[in-house]
Design a binder for this molecule. Structure first.
Ligand code: ZN
Length: 333
């Protein structure tokens, strides 16, 4: 299910994300030679609705149609089937950013083939480009805290999120053998998100090496995700007054809480009875009571926390989660 090419198909750069499946047929790995090796690895469209990565690559490669890339580039174009329909993934497909660890689906095997090829070639660094569905600042995610990885992350911005769960994400697999980041570039189709990702890729292509010295704590706002908040399938929910009478109701601008440090007792929503939210820490333990409580039909925070990736998109909430909870993380030393 993987196509491997050593050149860009003609006019590929003219196609929008939803047109790629007709041209490529499925997930495609394209190796482009540049002045320096090993290649920069870039993956886009692991989530089919997150088009900023593809747009950034289009913008970048148009600059090099008549001149050589400063460094080789291996480009992986992921879930073009879901991209056709503007979806994160289609029903029946695994999430393409959860297939990079052990697993038995054809998609897992495809991801292993990509990893093997790239390990053989060697990788300078790996960049996986995503969007959020809710309002969020731009930030990079890392799964390892070594100096090179953190330098790569801060090249994108000073807000960096460190997480170790969920497993099976691209940056966790690549991070085992090269500096690897996931870029979150705000909502799809925003020109400044595309621009930001494109300039980041351009900078990576021009780097001769990533610094080995430690990142100074004043140069980074490092957060650690400590829990994931989900809404169980049997629990109904909605946003604002029009939502009718669901089990859970949230304000229509809930995503404005993203990356804001909330004081204890902040109201995040209303409940018609009971608590309903499912909150798991990175070990999979139920920690709902540690972070939230329900009182007089309201759900409030119990401790100071910062949510991220809150979205108002019901399908994304069902497919992924309501949000993550984060705490500041200080680098040792
Ligand atoms: Zn994504």
């Amino acid at each position: 299910m993987l196509t491997v090419l050593d050149h860009l198909p003609d006019q590929l750069l003219d196609l929008e994300a939803h047109q790629l499946e007709d041209r490529l047929g499925g997930p495609t790995l394209i190796h482009l030679a540049g002045r320096r090796d090993p290649p920069l690895f870039v993956s886009v469209l692991l989530h089919g609705n997150e088009v900023t990565g593809w747009q950034a690559v289009q913008q970048l490669l148009r600059r090099y149609t008549r001149r050589e890339l400063p460094r080789s580039l291996s480009l992986f174009i992921g879930n073009v089937r879901a991209a056709r329909y503007g979806q994160r993934r289609l029903d029946g497909q695994p999430d393409y950013n959860r297939i990079w660890g052990p697993g038995s689906t054809p998609e897992h095997a495809m991801a292993q083939a990509v990893l093997q090829q790239m390990q053989q070639r060697g990788v300078f660094a790996s960049v996986d480009i995503h969007n959020n569905t809710g309002t969020n600042p731009h930030y990079a995610c890392v799964n390892y805290l070594d100096a090179s990885t953190l330098h790569l992350a801060t090249l994108f911005g000073r807000t960096v999120l460190y997480f170790t769960k969920p497993e099976g994400v691209q940056s966790m697999a690549f991070g085992r053998f090269c500096p690897a980041v996931t870029l979150e570039c705000g909502k799809p189709d925003q020109p400044h998100g595309t621009q930001h990702a494109c300039e980041f890729l351009e900078a990576c292509l021009h780097l001769s090496a990533l610094p080995q010295r430690p990142v100074l704590s004043q140069d980074i706002d490092l957060f650690h995700s400590v829990a994931i908040v989900k809404i169980p399938d049997e629990v109904s929910f909605g946003f604002g007054e029009e939502a009718g009478d669901p089990h859970l109701r949230f304000p229509p601008d809930l995503d404005l809480f993203n990356f804001r440090e909330l004081p204890p007792h902040t109201r995040i929503g209303w409940t018609n009875n009971g608590f309903h939210l499912e909150v798991q820490d990175e070990q999979g333990q139920d920690v709902a009571d540690r972070f939230f409580y329900a009182q007089d039909g309201e759900i409030r925070t119990r401790v100071p926390i910062m949510p991220g990736m809150l979205t108002l998109n019901s399908r994304i909430i069902r497919q992924d989660c309501l949000c993550y909870l984060m705490e500041r993380y200080s680098l040792a030393g």
